[in-house]
Ligand binder design. Sequence first.
Ligand code: AGP
Length: 634
Amino acid sequence: MCGIVAVIGSREAAPLLLDGLRKLEYRGYDSAGIATIESLEKVKKGSLTSRKAKGKLTNLSSLVDEEGSSGHIGIGHTRWATHGKPDEINAHPHMDQEGKVAVVQNGIIENYRLLKEELEAQGIKFASETDTEVIPHLISRELKELKSKGFDSNGLTLLTAVQNISTLLKGSYALAVIWVETPDSLVVASKEAPLVIGLGESEFLCASDTPALAGFARTILPMEDREVALLTPLGIELYNSEGIRQQRTPSLLTGVEHVVEKKHFRHFMLKEIYEQPEMADLWIARHFPKGFAEKAQVALPFDDSFYEPIEQIQIVACGSSRHAGMIGAYLLEQFAGIPTAVFYASEFRYAPSPLTPNTLVIGVTQSGETADTLAALTMEVNRREGQKDTAYQPRLLAITNRVDSSIARKVQHILDIGAGLEVGVAATKTFLAELLAFYGLTIAFASHKKSKTDIEIKNFIHEIQSVPHYLREVVQKHDQISEVLAHQFSGTKDVIYLGRGINYPIALEGALKLKETSYIHAEGYPAGEMKHGPIALLDPHVQVISIANPGIVFEKVLSNSQEAKARDAKLIGIAPESAELEIFDKILPIPEVSELISPLLTVIPMQLLSYHIAANRGLDVDQPRNLAKSVTVE
Ligand code: AGP
């Protein structure tokens, strides 16, 4: 994770760096730091200043206000801790021993222990526990080596040093480097981690993600894997891993939302939960334009050749996106009749299933930057590209909220979920938008594969079209119910969520939302699995939340809930009001809809209950501890 920014140009660097970091804070907020160099002209000698603060960016901003940080070149970092505690000592930028080279990094240097031992044996003293710190020491050593061979103190020398030491680094990284001896040169490098250069007027800003460039640059140059660039006020020199100069035309920066306000909401998470009905309305308008529903069709950006060869589907994703993928798999199998498997991206990468022909591999990721998902797809492309039989060629689809992200550059097909910027770290509206994308894909496959009749498809579409109306009702109602109910959870330590069939992933999602926002231990189980072990956990202190929606598993879920009740667990049911189910101590009512579309509604009480429990406990709902919105490390 972590966000990095780097700037060089004519304006003061510190405010630009802080502004960029503010827009990247979703990538981590354990600590933040900047380093700037004051130019040679002003002080006759380069002077490097570093400011770092533990915790959120506001702490760093106050420090910079108090102590200052001047210069027209600088680098900045917002950290999600991997190696070393989230304290000031481990905050980036990291420096070499003489304080001449400063580096910010996003990624993981996997062989840092070996490199550190080697450097320590040469007398280098380390100041932090991070993996990153080996980099400034290696660069410093390399610069000395180059200078001893007659290289001057200039930008190309710094670039050469970074190129040379990059061959020693294992793992993935995006890094930015400044050197006190070259206050007009900034070097950035990327390997399997995103980095985008923004082109301003006589200035350049480089960042982990495009939102940091909004308001600064209109054109951008996304760096490709293993590229290194030298940025000076005069221009960009871009080199590939073989050291060959690259020429690429910059592209326009589009689709970045500049300002997102909380409006009258206390937290972004609540605002984003409330945005879901309108988002679903827009999705329906976009995908079922006039005449489409009547013809049992959905408007997706793919032609017949996309659907026809597909015999099976594999979905790779993490966290909430994997839960959305599980519901997608249920729909694709049960409605469209296509065998579909779902994998944790982090597991699939190292233990992929045997290659199957004519397989669509779907990566689901709202951010488009999740390292595990990207790595799983890269691995899949690599092993498929080696096959002679064209049936095994890679067929990749990304379901994402960021069409300008790394995943979008990796795949042939993109399904834009169009949820708009989500600020809350806990996914809410992007989860629902991913679900909607799967409903659309399911209809398209069912229609192409003729696995359902037109009447069945039309009925399904009509049900989906009714969802925004129900969503409005459910969001309003459950905001009020959950606000009151949350007080009952003030001493709760364990919550178990039960669901079956298409609502089992909603039980997982409910548990994940509660863990993330409230730090309460929570687990989701398929209701029928409880009796095989987890039931031993139940006692009067454990809260059980059971999703009981009428359908093929309705009675089964009720029986499983009875089993929990018999063990004195406190029982809440997410069920239709009309069902009058006396086994539940409390019912969180949802409209009576078909089982197939029910996850679009049953997830809402889950989101709102988690939100209100966390808000009631006074927690940082939008930026929970230890988390980040975009998980860019393995
Ligand atoms: C969701 O609330 C979580 N913050 C997390 O599980 C997330 O879904 C996961 O990291 C995957 O993110 P992505 O959708 O951006 O790939």
